[in-house]
Design a protein around this ligand. Sequence first.
Ligand SMILES: C[S@@+](CC[C@H](N)C(=O)[O-])C[C@H]1O[C@@H](n2cnc3c(N)ncnc32)[C@H](O)[C@@H]1O
Length: 309
Amino acid sequence: MGIEHIPVLFEEVLAVLDPKAGERYIDCTVGAGGHAAGILERSQPDGRLLGLDADPEALRIAARRLERYASRFVLVNDNFVNLGSVARASGFFPVDGILFDLGVSSMQLDSLERGFSFRADAPLDMRFGPQQRVTAYDLIDELSEQELAAIIARYGEEPRAKAIARAIVAARQKEPIRRTGQLTKIIERVVPSHGKIHPATRTFQALRIAVNDELENLESALGQAVEILAPGGRMAVMSFHSLEDRVVKQFFALESSGCICPPRLPICTCDHRPRLAVSTRKPIVPSEDEKRQNPRSRSAKLRAARRLA
Ligand SMILES: C[S@@+](CC[C@H](N)C(=O)[O-])C[C@H]1O[C@@H](n2cnc3c(N)ncnc32)[C@H](O)[C@@H]1O
C-alpha cells in the first residue's frame, strides 16, 4: 500500500464516525494510517486515536504518516481480538468511535515474501503478524485431507475443495509444499481456469482466513467493541468478502434486537436489550468512480451502528 495508499470509502467512513474535537477513537486495523489520519484531522485540536495492528511493519508506516499529530495518537502492535484489554490499558475507555477496515492491506499483498499472493513465488506464510505461530505451510503440511477440504470449502466457498485437498495431500507425500508457487501449480491442475478469477483465489483466501482466525477474531472483537463504546458512540466495519460481511450483518442484527426468544414461546424469557442502532440498512459500497481509481475497493461493504444508552 505504501505511504500513498488510498483508504477505501474514506469520506463515507468519516461521515459515519463523525469525528469531533475532544473525542476518543480506536482504529482496530490502522494499516498505513489513511483512515486514522482523517479521524485525527477532523477531530482537531484535541481528538485522540488508538491505532492497533497485528503487523509491526504496518505500524511503522502509520507512525510516519501520522507524525504531525504526534501527541494525539498511540499505536499498539496487537491483534484486535484483544481490543477490550488494550483499550482499557491505554486509557481508551469509553470511546466515541471504533473502526475496523478488515483483511489484508495492499502493502501486505505487495510484500511478496509474506506469501499472501499466488502471483509470486514465496514461502507459504500468510500471518498478519510474526507473533502468530501457525503459518499456511503448517496447515498445508499437517491437516488431514478432510480438514483441508473443510477449510477450503468453508472459508473459500470453493466448489472444488475436495479435489484440491486430495491433490494437496497426494503432492505433499512426494515433497513438502513450502511455497506459494508449488501450491498454485497443484490447484491449477485441479481447477479449470475460466473467467476473471484465478483458480487459486478461493483457496488462498481460505488459508489466509484460517491462518489468522479471521472470522472468530472478528466476532469476538465486535462484542468487545460494543462494550467499550460510550452511549452515542459510532462503530464502522468495512469488510471485503461475503463471509466477513455476514458476521457483521448478523452481529448488528442481534445487537439491535429486543427480544430474541424463539417465536413459539408465549412470553419473553430472554431479557435481551438492544445495545446498537444500525445506521446502514444496506451496506455502503464504493462508487463506480472509486472502483475505477482503486480496484481494491471493488468488494468493500461498510456497515455502521451507534451505541444506545
Ligand atoms: C485494509 S488494511 C487497513 C488500512 C487502513 N485503514 C488505512 O487506511 O491505511 C487492514 C489492516 O488490518 C490489519 N489486521 C487485519 N486483521 C487484524 C487483526 N485481527 N488484528 C489486528 N490487525 C489486523 C492488517 O495487518 C492490515 O494492516
